[in-house]
Ligand binder design. Sequence first.
Ligand SMILES: C[S@@+](CC[C@H](N)C(=O)[O-])C[C@H]1O[C@@H](n2cnc3c(N)ncnc32)[C@H](O)[C@@H]1O
Length: 263
Amino acid sequence: MRHRSPRQGKRVRSFLNDWLGRVYPGDCLRFIACLPDNSIDLVLCDPPYGLDRGNDDPARKPARTVRGRKGLAPRRIAGDSYMEWSANLPLWMTSFMRILKPGACCCCCCGGGGPHPVFAEMALVMDETIGFKQAVVWDKVHMGLGWHYRRTYDIVMIGQKRGAPSKWYGDRRERNLIRIPRVIPRSDQHPTPKPAELMQHFIRLHSRPGHVVFDPFLGGGTTAVVAEAMGRRWLGCEIDPRFVAMAEERISRARALRLDAER
Ligand SMILES: C[S@@+](CC[C@H](N)C(=O)[O-])C[C@H]1O[C@@H](n2cnc3c(N)ncnc32)[C@H](O)[C@@H]1O
């Protein structure tokens, strides 16, 4: 009798279908453990950066520098300490590798410069698990915090699962550098939002309408909003209940706008 992996049966298929277009409120590793092998067309993710610094969140600056926002507490990101990040990274990459279809990609945002070489660590772990394809530099246009070599870029690491030709839907002249202004969040928004245009870029290059895009670290919901607008199916996880609520609200607003526009 042919061996059936416990992650290939009807039950895991229906788990995936049940969560399409909804935010899973919890740890992504628990969620991924219930997904079938080889089922995802694109993992597009923006995990904590492991830099324990709130990623240039203006609300973390001293109160006097944030006009009219006295006394705001730092809005921390779960799992953002280097120790946690470093311990989780191989688990995340191994689990992404299992659920990706052969030839499909994982596009994973990562801090660009120092003080810790997290980008180097991510590239190595990605290569040992999914398979390293490329490092794309995202020029964020506006300078971030710091004194020497002020942060102006992030890296988006691209891994590609071995075993089939690349699932690539861009043209042959795509560069590995992209210039999109970073988003400066308001205090009622997620502290480290990615620009919609950035997520759009990678969804366009690595998926087609109807494909399943998975963001394990959904934050305020940017990937989901963009994936819906581009006609992709999506799955998303978020561990922090404040951001789950934020993402759900943003997704339902985007859906309502789209329904209005279709009328
Ligand atoms: C860098 S933010 C993502 C921001 C998002 N790209 C956006 O545009 O709003 C990372 C998110 O991952 C969440 N997170 C951290 N550890 C997680 C885990 N183990 N499972 C699911 N979500 C997690 C954090 O709460 C945070 O909201």
